[in-house]
Design a protein around this ligand. Structure first.
Ligand code: T4K
Length: 431
């Protein structure tokens, strides 16, 4: 049973949690019924990974009306100031400099903090982490990850430090924190800058402290697909006064006052409508976490008994936003590869994503510029072949999640028959 516009109000198929087990999508009883072999898809609508949370629609529209009435649309407006203040309070950090997206934020930060030469980053991340550096003339040096945490391996990072290294950027992948103690120790011993790409980690904590206040600075993304969104947007957060002042200048062409430009700058500003969306998102933050948490618990329960599948777990001792449902598929035990499972899911309208395949080192320009990088990235190579992200968030219901789980279980239980059928006919050309 679906009820329109209740609670978080952004999902036309929003469910009443008390009804969560009543409406079930049909799942398959025979492999021939799989959509990939011509059967009807489990879902008549597409289930995306990263469908945006909207929050209270009427409150957002009120805020936008106020913006229009004020005729102050961008350039450090009142919504932006309120949003930045709110983030500082939520995170417990001194400065928040909101920007038009996290990629530009990272570029501005790299310039403002004086990164140069080489910066060590994980390859297992979204292209933006590496691209932002390369865009400002810095060479990203790709480091392997820890297979269990999916985060940068501080031991290998140390091996890659050279005379040209100016810093390390850790990425809190899926919102799960890096080994910050080890990275702080390492960068302090070598006199390096330590930054975090915290695009996934708004609302998460490390050892009880909110992510955002670690290293020299951290970056959040508030892209539409993120748990808190501003349509497009991001923020650099730091406890360093001088750095924050420089970031503010650089975000606005270097302007001090009306016609004095104090330094090189760009246009990295967040506009008022985006900031209004940010305020709206943050107001519904607890609801979004509750929904993500409910879906995560269900995935966890239902996937626990499926051979060859393991769900990336969140540390229950920390604050998490539960925004990413990440499965690791071991073909030897599951009987099907990640890529076959992905194609089967897509045919059923579950648009699962292979984040972050194939790893930055295998993307241009890095693939050409650093052709031997894969040799020292065995864990990255291993994971990029096995990871798949599934839909969650306020645009999917508990019943959707139950049906996705039932579908994955069905495919794995019938892996031999699926393989046999695939060997007979192959994939339809459209997949
Ligand atoms: N660092 C890390 C670790 C990141 O993950 C990211 C961004 C960044 C830095 C850079 O942050 P920003 O500069 O973007 O602030 C998506 C997002 O575009 C990207 O922001 C995000 N990471 C990444 C993990 O996911 P794609 O290439 O998968 O985008 P796309 O357009 O395929 O969207 C994903 C799904 O979301 C689609 O299936 C459709 C759905 N969707 C998307 C949008 C934009 C909607 O339903 N509605 C929408 O409005 O990268």
């Amino acid at each position: 049973m679906y009820i329109n516009r209740v609670g978080d109000a952004d999902n036309p198929r929003f469910e009443d949690p008390s009804q969560a087990n009543i409406c079930r999508h049909s799942v398959k009883s025979h492999v021939e019924e799989l959509a990939i072999f011509g059967g009807p898809p489990v879902f008549p609508y597409k289930l995306h990974v990263g469908r945006p949370n909207i929050g209270e629609r009427s409150a957002l529209l009120d805020r936008i009306n106020d913006i229009l009435d004020r005729r102050w649309l961008t350039n450090d407006g009142p919504c932006l100031q309120q949003f930045e203040k709110h983030i500082c309070e939520l995170i417990g950090v001194k400065h928040c400099v909101a920007v038009c997206n996290a990629t530009i934020g990272l570029e501005i930060l790299a310039k403002a903090i004086g990164l140069s030469g080489e910066v060590i980053v994980p390859s297992f991340t979204f292209a933006a982490t590496a691209h932002a550096l390369r865009w400002v003339g810095i060479t990203p040096v790709f480091c392997d990850i820890d297979r269990a945490t999916h985060n940068i391996d501080p031991r290998q990072a140390e091996e890659f430090i050279s005379a040209r290294t100016s810093g390390i950027i850790g990425v809190h992948l899926w919102g799960r924190p890096c080994n910050m103690d080890a990275l702080v120790d390492l960068t302090q011993r070598h006199g390096l800058t330590l930054l975090f790409d915290s695009a996934h980690a708004f609302g998460c904590s490390y050892k009880g402290r909110m992510i955002g206040g670690f290293g020299d600075a951290e970056i959040f993304s508030f892209h539409a697909t993120k748990f808190i969104n501003t349509f497009e947007g991001g923020a650099v957060v730091t406890n360093k006064d001088e750095l924050a002042a420089k970031l503010r200048l650089m975000r606005n062409f270097g302007f001090v006052g009306l016609d004095t430009v104090a330094c090189l700058g760009t246009n990295g500003k967040m506009n008022e409508v985006c900031a209004a969306m940010g305020l709206n998102s943050v107001a519904s933050m607890d609801t979004f976490i509750e929904i993500n948490r409910r879906h995560y618990d269900r995935y966890r329960r239902q996937m626990a008994i499926v051979p060859g599948i393991s769900l990336a777990l969140y540390d229950e001792g920390e604050k998490n936003n539960y925004q990413y449902i990440v499965l690791e598929i071991e073909e030897e035990n599951a009987g099907v590869s990640r890529d076959i499972l992905e194609k089967i899911l897509w045919a059923e309208n579950v648009l699962a994503r292979r984040y972050f395949h194939p790893g930055c080192h295998s993307m241009e320009p890095y693939r050409t510029e650093q052709p031997t990088a894969s040799a020292h990235l065995p864990n990255t190579q291993w994971l990029v072949e096995r990871i798949i992200c599934l839909p969650t968030g306020s645009a999917v219901t508990s019943n959707d999640v139950a049906s996705i789980c039932a579908l994955v279980s069905f495919v794995i239980e019938n892996a031999a028959a699926v393989q046999e059928r695939l060997a007979m006919g192959g994939f339809p050309a459209s997949l």
